[in-house]
Design a protein around this ligand. Structure first.
Ligand SMILES: Cc1ncc(COP(=O)(O)O)c(C=O)c1O
Length: 385
């Protein structure tokens, strides 16, 4: 059987039970289960605000609009970002008429604080950090930089559902915090191949309550009262509302939230299985001079959305794997190679080199130990060819 890079696992019966409730009470839209998912997510993570939306992409777009409008940023103001990401991160900056300024990445494929600091100008308003594969990389140093220069920190946490930062050890016991609590805003993805899939979906988690209130209105076309709360409130004039801004139709719905409520219950268990598979891969490539696994910062318990390696002959290795029915992924092509971001070509040599060498190995709940061993053996053969 072919071995794919991703294969989501749904607890079908439990999900159907959650969805059945929506169908029986006749409420599949915003409200009902979306509010429950937001509450459960807040309990799990300790974020004080969480708003469930249709995708991480639209979540990033709205988060940036809120930050821009409230803080009175101007068109053309700059957000420092990474070229090694899915285009959503950088499109969200452009959707808001801001300018993506590309900084280079470190060995962990996350933003390099030195490169970020060298790019700060009077126009810089924020830094967009992407926790690639669930890794925190040098997030802490980036947070310090943002504090020092008065910049907002936006965390594209698309891969980071369940990533915990390790605070302190007491013998073998340690305490953790969910990643992103100290960012101005963290945006998660629950898209179909992510660690907590709801078919599509995302969560915007603002530190500031007022920003969360505004984001809710913007995800519902700028309308100041949502239909669920209007329907369930008492009194006359339930039908009346105001429209305060040019918002989007971008909120999540109760069917997606039903999937999320079940997936959240299994998130820690699934992530710990992911880390076990990563250990098998780590062992398989130990001391191999031709295969460089991307390390995740030991100060985090990573969600391990990805297990990435670098190999010098990446394209040949990919072809050889495909010929053996193994279908890994590439995360990501250097965004400055895309026509629309080509103004920054050549500015991020580490990201560019990594994007030519990187492979994401199969990593999901259906992957067996034998599958992982087969992947390792095939890669080792391919690198020697
Ligand atoms: C780093 C990163 N950012 C943003 C996104 C966009 O997420 P969504 O599909 O939920 O819009 C993805 C999805 O693949 C991603 O990998």
């Amino acid at each position: 059987m072919a071995i794919q890079v991703f294969k989501p696992k749904y607890r079908t019966e439990e999900v159907l039970e959650e969805i059945r409730e929506c169908l029986e009470i006749g409420w599949t839209g915003l409200g009902f289960k979306t509010e429950r998912l937001e509450e459960e997510w807040k309990k799990y993570t300790n974020f004080s605000n969480a708003h469930f939306v249709a995708s991480n992409t639209v979540g990033l777009q709205i988060a940036l609009k809120v930050l821009k409008d409230v803080n009175k940023w101007k068109n053309g103001d700059e957000v420092i970002t990474t070229p090694l990401t899915f285009v959503s991160s950088n499109h969200s900056i452009l959707y808001n008429n801001l300018k993506p300024v590309f900084a280079d990445v470190d060995d962990q494929l996350c933003l390099d604080p030195k490169s970020v600091e060298s790019l700060i100008t009077r126009k810089t308003k924020a830094v967009m950090f992407v926790g690639i594969g669930g890794n925190i990389g040098q997030y802490k140093a980036i947070k310090e930089l943002c504090d020092k220069h008065g910049l907002k920190l936006i965390l594209d946490a698309a891969h980071m559902a369940g990533t915990k930062v390790i605070n302190s050890y007491h013998g073998s016991i340690f305490t953790t915090d969910h990643i992103g609590l100290d960012a101005d805003v963290s945006i998660f993805s629950f898209q179909s191949v992510k660690n907590m899939p709801t078919a599509d979906g995302g969560m915007i988690c603002f530190k500031n309550k007022d920003y969360d209130v505004l984001a809710r209105k913007l995800s519902w076309l700028g309308i100041d009262k949502d239909t669920f709360n209007r329907t369930n409130s008492k009194g006359s004039y339930k039908w009346d509302y105001d429209v305060i801004d040019l918002g989007f139709k971008a909120h999540g719905n109760s069917v997606m939230a039903s999937m999320g409520l079940v997936a959240l219950k299994y998130l820690d268990e699934d992530n710990s299985r992911r880390r076990e598979i990563c250990k098998i891969y780590d062992k398989g490539f130990e001391n191999n001079p031709l295969v460089t696994p991307i390390q995740h910062n030991s100060e985090c318990e990573s969600s391990r959305h990805l297990y990435q390696i670098k190999v010098p002959n990446r394209n040949e290795v990919m072809e050889y794997l495909n010929a053996n029915e193994i279908y890994p992924g590439v995360h990501y092509k250097d965004n400055t190679q895309y026509e629309m971001y080509s103004y920054a070509q050549g500015t991020c040599p580490n990201a560019h080199k990594a994007s030519e060498e990187v492979i994401s190995l199969p990593l999901h709940m259906f992957l067996t130990e034998e599958d992982a061993e087969k992947v390792i053996k095939t890669i080792i053969k391919a690198t020697k060819r």
